[in-house]
Design a protein around this ligand. Structure first.
Ligand SMILES: [Zn+2]
Length: 712
């Protein structure tokens, strides 16, 4: 199963701090006609996208920061002794304008951007970093939090409040609250430099990915693509006002079209476009940025008292230390690379049998592995796609599984304004019929959308604030020509289940405090609910319900289902190797000491992969360092291993379901009550063990991937 895909959730908790808030009069200079001025009057406080114009974001974000700072300062300056209520609860209530402006801005900046929004993003990036610092480096505020933390044993707090206090105190300390004034100034400067560089990286990468598209006027170069794919390539060229055909780049190293393109020169050219997108020594070259980012992050870690960036980042994670994460990954390398090598041999056999006369290269892998797959696994996308019409997958698959497990139901709302016409909105009702959440989905690829797929929230659930969750999923699924149904691959089906798993984590949130709500968990836990939800895509009762032929309504034939399941084990060596390679790269960059020299990214990358025994010529990392957006601009630095770590959890959890009767309301309700609704309200390892009855083990993961025989 192609997991993790490029899915990520935009962790506002990591990027923007976790201070949330309630309605308060806005800054005097802030125009009351700005649509963010007052809380939204729409159902669930949904953002009023019909009223929001591009130029409304920046003044609202700035007024929101000013308002939050004055609220925070009032808490810090309170002459009364610190109490949980006048400090912790007051902090949770602060910054609501900032929150609602940023939540709306994040979606358009990530999924529907334009030059105006990019300019806002560039201008605000350093201010946002400074804003976070102004809160977490406020000495008077920290003194109040610290005094409460010292008295925590006598405050008689409920467990969630105690957790809030512990998490907040830790966040202050990790943000540098214990530093001297001089060091705090250094830290602020480093944070701003890092934020600016990270933003520059992101802007360059978006441009590089767009510019890197493969362009040809020679239709024969596209041999192997279907008529529909060629038509889409012609349309892509047209929309860019270019002659001929365009194959836009996906954000991963491998490109989907490489599986079909039969002209080897075209494959090589497309692969090179992808591989070198940010290494062309032009305005979009990111190598200098990432080398400096790694160095600045190492210096920041040193200032905060940690040996390296990874040690700083992992302190509050389930893995706790880089060593534990590296040990976990090292354990995956031998099995992954041995399987990849044997898959490579199968492919070379096909090349040789066809008298190809060349050695397998990365750009050949998917083309020939597709043939190996057809020969050995006898499944191709064209055969399955008629059974996976997007809307049917959504309503009769993704929604259906959630209904069977948790009793929730969905009704489309066409009256809620959206930021793009591709976006759909559903109201989610709980099993007892009560309103639970709003869910938005924005599935189709656009050139002005960041790559991959992700989940985020417009409104977070909080009993304290009286808010219900408003969450969304974004993906980059191929958009059909107008009027045609959208047929998707099983990989795309999996992506939809995955992102919806994040959405469930947000929608089931049932917590007092917004900063502990929903998906505001550790990075090596946050992918657990999403990856776990992928399992239902192939669960027989769910599959039978949604996998129906778009014309006849006939269920997918049993032999085709069997083929899909068998195909799940196909290419697992390659897939795990490219992921572990990317995760190792991330960890190697971020265990550099502050004293290390500025690195040459290409040499560093090669050396790092050699050192970890994962440098296979035909199996490049899923992301090259220079376009590894997760680690340079989205909160996953020293955290890419988390996808694999979470897989250990999700397979282990699914095994529990298998042992307890599978897709049932009783199982779903117990999981919702003990895990999905709990957010970050308790220690995550303990939460997991309490639900599972034991600590997670790695065996189910190796077994589900076909890398180890069943113990049963
Ligand atoms: Zn995810």
């Amino acid at each position: 199963m192609l997991r993790y895909i490029t899915a990520l959730i935009t962790c506002s908790a990591i990027v923007l701090g976790t201070i949330h808030g309630s309605a308060v009069a806005a800054d005097a200079k802030f125009d009351p006609s700005n649509p963010f001025y007052a809380p939204s009057t729409l159902p669930f406080h949904a953002p009023p996208f019909d009223k929001i114009k591009d130029e409304d974001y920046q003044p609202a974000i700035e007024a929101g920061m000013a308002e939050q700072l004055s609220e925070i300062q009032a808490i810090a300056d309170n002459p009364a002794a610190a109490t949980f209520d006048n400090t912790m609860v007051a902090m949770e209530k602060a910054g609501q304008l900032f929150q609602r402006a940023m939540a709306a801005f994040r979606v358009v900046a990530g999924a529907n951007t334009n030059p105006v929004l990019q300019k806002v993003r560039t201008e605000e990036a350093p201010k946002l970093a400074a804003h976070r610092d102004a809160i977490y480096l406020n000495a008077k505020l920290f003194a109040r939090v610290a005094s409460l933390y010292q008295q925590r044993a006598t405050l008689k707090l409920d467990p969630e409040s105690l957790r809030l206090l512990g998490v907040t105190y830790d966040m202050f300390v990790r943000s540098g609250a214990n530093l001297s004034e001089a060091d705090k100034t250094k830290l602020k400067k480093l944070n701003e430099e890092i934020s600016t560089l990270s933003n520059a990286f992101s802007t360059k990468l978006l441009a590089a990915t767009k510019d890197g598209a493969y362009l040809t006027t020679d239709k024969s170069a596209l041999a192997g693509l279907s008529d529909a794919q060629i038509a889409a390539a012609a349309q892509a060229a047209q929309s860019r006002k270019q002659e001929g055909y365009v194959l836009p780049l996906q954000n991963t190293t491998q490109q989907p079209d490489l599986a079909s393109l039969s002209v080897r020169a075209t494959r090589e050219a497309l692969f090179e476009k992808s591989w070198d997108r940010t290494e062309r020594s032009d305005a979009n070259d990111t190598r200098d940025d990432i080398a400096h980012l790694a160095q600045l992050r190492a210096r920041r870690a040193q200032l905060l008292g940690y040996p390296n960036h990874a040690a700083w980042k992992l302190g509050d994670q389930m893995a706790k230390t880089p060593e534990a994460a590296l040990k976990f990954m090292d354990a995956l390398v031998p099995g992954a690379t041995a399987k990849a090598a044997s898959e490579g041999k199968d492919i070379q056999d096909v090349i040789d049998a066809q008298k190809g006369g060349f050695t397998l290269q990365p750009w050949d892998w998917n083309f020939y592995s597709e043939q190996v797959r057809k020969a050995k696994y006898d499944l191709n996308d064209a055969e399955v796609k008629p059974y996976f019409e997007l809307n049917n997958v959504l309503e009769n698959g993704v929604f259906y599984a959630a209904n069977q497990l948790y009793g929730i139901s969905f009704k489309e709302r066409r009256d809620i304004p959206v930021y793009h016409s591709d976006v759909r909105v559903f109201e989610v009702s709980d099993a007892d019929g009560k309103p639970l959440a709003l869910f938005y989905c924005d599935y189709f690829k656009r050139d002005n959308k960041n790559g991959g797929a992700w989940m985020d929230s417009f409104v977070e659930q909080s009993k304290l604030l009286g808010t219900l969750p408003v969450v969304y999923n974004v993906a980059n699924l191929p958009k059909p020509t107008p009027g045609e149904p959208a047929f998707i691959s099983f990989t795309d089906v999996t992506t939809m289940f995955h992102e919806f798993g994040h959405a469930l984590n947000g929608m089931f949130a049932n917590t007092e405090y917004p900063s502990l709500s929903g998906a505001a968990t550790a990075r090596d836990f946050v992918e657990f609910p999403s990856q776990f939800n992928e399992h239902w895509a192939l669960y027989p009762a769910a599959l039978a319900h949604y996998a129906r032929h778009y014309k006849t309504g006939a269920p997918m034939p049993a032999d085709l289902v069997a083929k899909i399941k068998k195909a799940e084990n196909f290419n697992q060596g390659y897939k795990l190797t490219e992921l572990v390679a990317a995760a190792e790269l991330d960890m190697q960059w971020h265990t550099l000491a502050a004293s290390a020299a500025l690195q040459q990214p290409d040499a560093f990358e090669k050396q790092a992969l050699e050192k970890m025994h994962i440098l296979l010529a035909a199996v490049p990392p899923r992301y090259r360092s220079s376009y590894f957006s997760h680690i340079w601009n989205s909160g996953y630095s020293a955290g890419y291993y988390a996808y694999l770590w979470s897989e250990m959890l999700d397979d282990d959890a699914y095994q529990w379901f298998e042992e307890h009767g599978g897709l049932t309301r009783a199982n779903g309700d117990r999981f919702r009550q003990m895990v999905l609704s709990r957010g970050n309200t308790e220690d995550l390892a303990k939460m997991y063990a309490a639900w599972r009855g034991k600590d997670p083990s790695v065996e189910p993961m190796m077994r589900y991937r076909g890398l180890q025989e069943s113990a049963h």
